[in-house]
Ligand binder design. Structure first.
Ligand code: CA
Ligand code: CA
Length: 549
């Protein structure tokens, strides 16, 4: 199961002339007095070099192509639009992209495909996709795509063939795969066998399963012929150079965890037989203690629905910050996630990682869930500083607005308030609403914007490989209701991380010798003020995180 074969080659890029950090010395104020280039423009002087490691642990940007950037003025985002914005994505610090479905589909969201081996004409051509892959790889960005194997579109020819066959089937006759192989591609049952989520074939006594809606008939993933079709599709994209897959709706493959895991194992084993370095992350939408079991299939990650979304640990802790035992419970939660992942890796001998996120295309956005700028900022720091892969949904980098229904979660990226170039129309049934926070153009000019804050979090993550790869241990003596204090150890290197999860300034005393640190590696704070170190004493502004080493 050891698929990380890139040898942990460290590519240390010195992007900017840097100053050496000295202990007891904050970094923000000096920045304004130097001529040194500062890329985020938030007044934060980088003192560390980037340490990008070419492995499976990455920071991914999830893109809904439809609403991202429109290159040809038809109001729909497209692959050329993504190519145009790759510099932006790279500049933000992402080294992975997850593209939501790009295959042909009758819907705007494209989760129901009619062809697994093509690009939807709304988005462009296969040549555009090849160009996008090449441009990503030039930038050391890995590109994964949504792969929907639970269901096809109702309009897929496989389903249409089966549907027509069943429509014409004589009364009392059983369907035969010899006459039409596609009847075994889906879950067709007779009237007496149908359960919830089954839909009638015309006015026959035959029904098909559509777990999500009648437009998305569920595939029979235990059929060898279906598996062959999906293998062909996976190989098609891997041969094009795609770096892996985000697997949609894993929990719905069958109603049974063990069967689902077996299906994942088949898919995983096939994918790595074609491309040993491919990354596979599954959407297993349930608590992590259940989802983590799916890593036994060999896939690299499952999304952590325990930490993410509106009712997840991060949002809950941010809402309760200052009132409950947030510092301690957040630290314990991180250890808990780690222990669950380690336990499965121990069993399989694998090196699976957790995939963290706060929002995605199925959830409301942080602008609506948390509303306040300081709370959104600390929530993103909590997510981006977790061990594992981090995913950020497009638009969250400016706290785009979106609540209520799916279409609203998939609103157009708000590039500028004055320049309409590249702006998309968004889904047809989206409600009309104003954005709560300013456009990217405005936030790029504001050193204290949410955008600058998130960019800085990713920068610090990319400077310190221990953040995404380190083993977490709690420092119990200083962890309390406001402060989460942990160490992270990756190979021979250890960092200390202190989170002030309260709205008041806090001072923490931590012996430098005992905890093996000499200075500040980097910090973020919601109001932009400095984290300072004096002797063994660290002062943390409200909602701030510091990395010490
Ligand atoms: Ca377009
Ligand atoms: Ca299914």
């Amino acid at each position: 199961m050891n698929r990380i074969k890139w040898g942990k080659k460290i590519i240390a890029l010195v992007l900017f002339v840097t100053m050496l950090v000295t202990s007891g010395c904050g970094t923000g104020k000096q920045a304004k007095d130097t001529k040194t280039e500062n890329k985020t423009g938030d007044g934060y002087q980088y003192t560390q070099e980037l340490q990008m490691i070419d492995d499976q642990t990455r920071t991914y940007y999830e893109i809904f192509v439809y609403s991202f950037y429109d290159s040809n003025g038809d109001g729909i985002g497209d692959l050329q639009g993504v190519i145009e914005k790759l510099d932006y994505i790279q500049d933000m610090g992402y080294n992975g992209i997850w593209l939501m479905p790009i295959m042909p589909s009758p819907t705007y969201h494209k989760y129901d495909t009619t062809d697994y081996c093509a690009v939807d004409s709304d988005y462009g051509t296969l040549e555009d996709m090849e160009q996008l892959i090449a441009e990503c790889h030039k930038r050391d960005i890995r590109l994964i795509i949504d792969f929907m194997m639970n269901h096809t579109s109702r309009e897929h020819t496989w389903f249409q063939e089966a549907y027509q066959y069943l429509s014409k089937l004589k009364k009392g006759k059983k369907p035969s795969a010899k006459e039409c192989k596609y009847v075994d591609y889906y879950h067709f049952v007779s009237e007496d066998e149908k359960g919830t989520g089954y839909y009638q074939v015309g006015n026959t006594k035959w029904y098909y399963e559509g777990a999500f809606w009648d437009g998305m008939p569920d595939l029979n993933l235990e059929n060898a012929a279906v598996r062959k079709e999906l293998e062909k599709a996976a190989k098609f994209w891997l041969d094009k150079g795609v770096d892996g897959f985000r697997l949609d709706g894993v929990l719905y493959f069958t109603g049974n965890d063990e069967k689902n895991i077996e299906i994942l194992k088949w898919f995983h084993d096939y994918v790595v037989s074609v491309q040993p370095e491919a990354y596979i992350v599954g959407e297993v939408w349930t608590n992590y203690n259940v989802a983590v079991q799916y890593l036994k299939s060999g896939i690299d990650s499952v999304f952590d629905f325990s930490f993410g979304q509106a009712n997840g640990i991060i949002v809950k802790d941010v809402r309760q910050s200052g009132t409950g035992k947030v510092g301690r419970s957040f630290a314990d939660s991180m250890v808990n996630i780690q222990e669950m992942t380690d336990a499965v890796n121990g069993e399989t001998g694998g090196s699976a990682t957790v995939a963290e996120f706060l929002t995605n295309h199925d959830t409301g956005r942080m602008a609506n869930i948390l509303g306040k700028e300081d709370k959104i900022k600390i929530a993103y720091a909590m997510e981006l500083f977790m061990t594992g892969n981090a995913f950020v949904y497009y638009g969250e980098d400016i706290a785009l607005t979106g609540a209520g229904k799916d279409e609203n979660f998939r609103a157009p990226m708000y590039w500028s308030a004055t320049d309409q170039t590249g702006m998309c129309d968004g889904p047809e049934n989206m409600d009309q609403f104003e954005n709560i926070f300013p456009s990217l153009e405005e936030q790029e000019k504001d050193p204290k914007s949410i955008h600058q804050f998130i960019k800085r979090c990713i920068r610090i993550r990319n400077e310190n490989p221990e953040i995404a790869r380190g083993k977490v241990a709690v420092i119990p003596e200083v962890t309390d209701e406001a402060i989460c204090a942990i160490t992270k150890t990756y190979e021979d290197s250890q960092i200390v991380m202190l989170y002030n999860l309260s709205t008041e300034t806090k001072t923490v005393t931590l012996d430098q010798k005992q905890h093996k640190y000499q200075g500040i590696r980097g910090y973020v704070s919601a109001d932009g003020s400095e984290v300072t170190l004096e002797g063994d004493s660290i002062t943390l502004p409200p909602y701030s995180v510091v990395v010490l080493k």
